[in-house]
Write a protein of this length. Sequence first.
Length: 255
Amino acid sequence: MDFLIHKRAWSERGKGVEELFRAPVKKEALFVFFCFLLLLSAGCENGLSKISDGKENGPKDDKMTDEVGFQKFILPISLQVPGDFRAVGWIDDETILLAAEKSNESELYLYSLRNGESTFLYKSGYPSLFVMISPSKNYILIHSSISPDEAKLVILDSSGKEIWATEVLSKELAFEWNAFDENMLLVSAFSEDWSYETYLLDISRKTLEKIELPNPFAKWFDQQHFLFLNWDESEDTMLNDLYLYDGQRKKEEIF
């Protein structure tokens, strides 16, 4: 009995739907519907036309602009000087520092990605092994090779003016710039047998002071402290103590 009642109910619903579709459609509704289709078709054609025009009629010069009006960078980088060059790093949002290497000397240039022009910055009488920009872009460090066992360190300001230069005996050098005080750098000088000496380079005082560290690869912690791992070569373990070194008191303690 329940089955017959449900069957009759669904039958009545079906008749209602059929009567709805059989109902006469007003001419006004059909007119609005066709107008909507015409507007939709015109919008699609207009969008395709804009895409096509952007490809065919867009700016063709090197200084192209993007959709919001900002000028794009000119690439690839081209430096009109003899010899090889390499990118050192960013000076600002659109300027790159380049190092050009010649036979026995090196030159630094500022290259503008906005207009593709290069500006001479500094010339060294020795080949540069390494060039480094300070964290806030105020200083530039140049590591040059005077001889197989001696290096020259030159500090420049952002305009290319030489602030200070010094020499250090080494086969290899490692640097760690203090991001909290850019006048300070940790310099580790390695010999041929990988023994090393560590120094504090102070740009403001123009000094290179030797310090004693059990690890040459330390990281600055703040303006006058840095952290390092005290490796114990006598123990076969990966667990080592983390030490804090005070640059003013010249003392170290477990962190």
